[in-house]
Design a protein around this ligand. Structure first.
Ligand SMILES: [Ca+2]
Ligand SMILES: [Ca+2]
Length: 466
C-alpha cells in the first residue's frame, strides 16, 4: 500500500530530522527564507500533520512544504512521487494555517466545504491540547477521550501515532492499538510521566491518559505544585498532541459523513470538547457528454459544448477527446473547467467527440462505448479554397481595428464575427469594397470566427482579439 507506506515513512522517518532541523533553524532565524522567525514544536505538529495529509491523493504536498514545513523536501517529494506518478491524480492546494486554537482536532482535508474524500484513504487524526498560559498550575493529569464511530470506521485498522507534550515526542511502533510509555523528567522535574493509550474495541472508545507520577512511589505525585504540563507561557512547554490513523469501512456510500470529535480533561477541570472534524464520502463517478452537433458544418471552425453532473463532490474538470475520420481518439482538451471551445477541423472530414469528467475527489468518468457527438465539415469547391487563400485579415491578433482585404469575387460580401459561444457579435456588409475595417476593441478578448460569404461561397478565418 503506497499510501500507508507514505504516512508511515513520514511519521517515523521524517519527524526526528525535522525536529533537529527546526531546532537548528530557531538558532538562526535570519537564515529562514520564508520569513517565519519562530517555529515551535506546536506549529511543527501542525505542519507535520498537514504533510501527512499531503500524502493523500488530492492534496498538494509540495505547496505545504514550501509554506509551512520549510525543510524535508526530499521526503515529501519521494512521497508525492510514490503516490502520483500518474497525472490523473488531482492536486488540491491546502492553505497552511498560521495559528491554531488550543484544544482542537485535525483530520484529512478534502474537496469543498464538506471535505469530500473517496473513502479509500487512510484517515490521519491529530488532537492537540494546551494548558492555557493563564492557568495557575501545571496539569498533573490529562485525559483525552475520542469515541470512534464503529459503524463507519474500521477499528481493526487503527494505528496509534506519536504522542507529544512539551517538546517531547514519543514515537509508537506501527500497528499498535495500545501503548504505555514512561518518560522520566528528572533532573528538571522530580516526575515520571506515564502515558497510557488504548482502544476499547467493543465500544470504539480511544483514550490517552497522561499521569504525573512520583518516580519513587510510582503513584500520582503528592506535590500540589508539580505537574507534567506547565501553563503554556513559553510555547510549546504547555502543549501536547496525540496522533492516530484509521481507515473508513468499505461499505460507505456517497454522501455518508464521518464525524469525529474528542473530549479533553485537565485534572478535575471541566471537559473541553474539540471541534468536530467531518469528512463526506464520494464514490460516484461523474457523468458528462459532448452536446450533439449538426450532421454537417458549413464552417471549418465550430463550437463544441459539453456538460455534466456529479453526485458528491461535484465536477472538477473535463477532458475532451476527438477522433478524425474514425481514427483512434486523441485528447483534444486536458482537464479544462470550460464547457465549450472552438474546434478547428479540415474540410471533408468527420469528427467524433466524447468527454471524460473528473470529480473533485479525483474519480474519473468511464470512456463511453460510442461517441457523444459526430459532425462532418462540408467539402468546399476549389473556388472557395482559392478565395480563402486570397482573403487577408490583419493584424491578427488584433487590438483595435481589423482590416479585411477581399479578392474580386467577394467584394460584395457579408462579414460576420462570431464568438466562441456561437453568438454573432458583429455583422457588416460591403458592396464593391476591396477593403473593410472592423472596430473590435469593444469586444471581449478571445478567440473569434470571421465568416465571409457572398451567398455562394464561404470563407472562414480565426481571429484573436487582444
Ligand atoms: Ca462523485
Ligand atoms: Ca459520458
Amino acid at each position: 500500500m503506497p499510501i500507508a507506506g507514505c504516512v508511515y515513512n513520514l511519521l517515523t522517518g521524517f519527524f526526528d530530522p525535522l525536529v533537529d532541523a527546526v531546532v537548528t533553524r530557531k538558532k538562526k532565524p535570519d537564515t529562514n527564507p520564508f520569513g517565519l522567525a519562530a517555529i515551535t514544536t506546536g506549529s511543527l505538529l501542525w505542519g507535520m500533520t498537514k504533510a501527512t495529509v499531503g500524502c493523500i491523493p488530492g492534496i498538494n504536498a509540495p505547496k505545504i512544504i514550501a509554506t509551512t514545513l520549510l525543510v524535508g523536501t526530499t521526503y515529501l517529494t519521494t512521497c508525492t512521487e510514490t503516490l502520483s506518478p500518474d497525472d490523473e491524480i488531482p492536486r488540491k492546494e491546502v492553505q497552511p494555517v498560521a495559528s491554531f486554537d488550543p484544544n482542537d482536532k485535525l483530520g484529512l482535508d478534502g474537496a469543498g466545504a464538506n471535505k469530500y474524500i473517496q473513502g479509500t484513504e487512510i484517515f490521519p487524526y491529530l488532537i492537540r491540547f494546551e494548558n492555557k498560559p493563564t492557568a495557575t498550575a501545571a496539569a498533573q493529569t490529562v485525559l483525552i477521550i475520542d469515541t470512534l464511530d464503529k459503524t463507519k470506521l474500521d477499528l481493526s485498522s487503527l494505528q496509534l501515532g506519536f504522542i507529544s507534550f512539551n517538546n517531547r515526542i514519543i514515537n509508537i511502533p506501527p500497528g499498535r492499538k495500545n501503548y504505555t510509555a514512561y518518560v522520566d523528567l528528572r533532573p528538571a522535574q522530580d516526575l515520571t510521566v506515564k502515558i497510557e493509550a488504548k482502544l476499547d474495541e467493543r465500544s470504539g472508545v480511544l483514550t490517552w491518559l497522561y499521569t504525573s507520577l512520583d518516580p519513587t512511589t510510582r503513584k500520582l505525585t503528592q506535590n500540589p505544585d508539580a505537574g507534567f504540563l506547565p501553563p503554556n507561557k513559553t510555547t510549546p512547554e504547555g502543549e501536547g498532541g496525540v496522533f492516530f490513523t484509521i481507515r473508513p469501512k468499505n461499505n460507505l456510500i456517497t454522501n455518508d459523513d464521518i464525524k469525529n470529535r474528542a473530549y479533553i480533561y485537565f485534572d478535575n477541570n471541566e471537559v473541553i470538547p474539540t471541534p468536530t472534524w467531518s469528512n463526506a464520502i464520494d464514490k460516484m463517478p461523474p457523468v458528462s457528454q459532448v452536446s450533439s452537433l449538426p450532421q454537417t458544418q458549413a464552417d471549418s471552425i465550430f463550437t463544441v459544448r459539453w456538460s455534466g453532473n456529479d453526485e458528491g463532490a461535484g465536477i472538477s474538470n473535463y477532458s475532451v477527446y476527438v477522433s478524425v475520420n474514425n481514427k483512434p481518439y486523441t485528447r483534444w482538451l486536458n482537464k479544462t473547467t470550460d464547457t465549450l471551445a472552438l474546434f478547428e477541423g479540415k474540410r471533408d472530414s468527420t469528427y467524433r467527440f466524447y468527454s471524460i469528467a473528473q470529480d473533485s475527489t479525483g474519480i474519473l468518468e468511464a470512456v463511453p462505448a460510442t461517441a457523444d457527438a459526430t459532425t462532418t465539415i462540408a467539402k468546399v469547391t476549389g473556388l472557395e479554397e482559392d478565395l480563402a487563400k486570397q482573403v487577408k485579415v490583419y493584424p491578427n491578433p488584433v487590438v483595435h481595428t481589423l482590416i479585411v482585404e477581399l479578392p474580386q469575387p467577394l467584394r460584395t460580401a457579408t462579414l460576420t464575427l462570431i464568438n466562441v459561444h456561437g453568438g454573432i457579435v458583429s455583422k457588416m456588409e460591403g458592396k464593391n469594397r476591396m477593403e473593410l475595417s472592423l472596430k473590435v476593441n469593444q469586444f471581449a478578448k478571445g478567440l473569434y470566427l470571421l465568416r465571409i460569404t457572398d451567398g455562394k461561397s464561404i470563407v472562414v478565418k480565426k481571429v484573436i482579439i487582444e
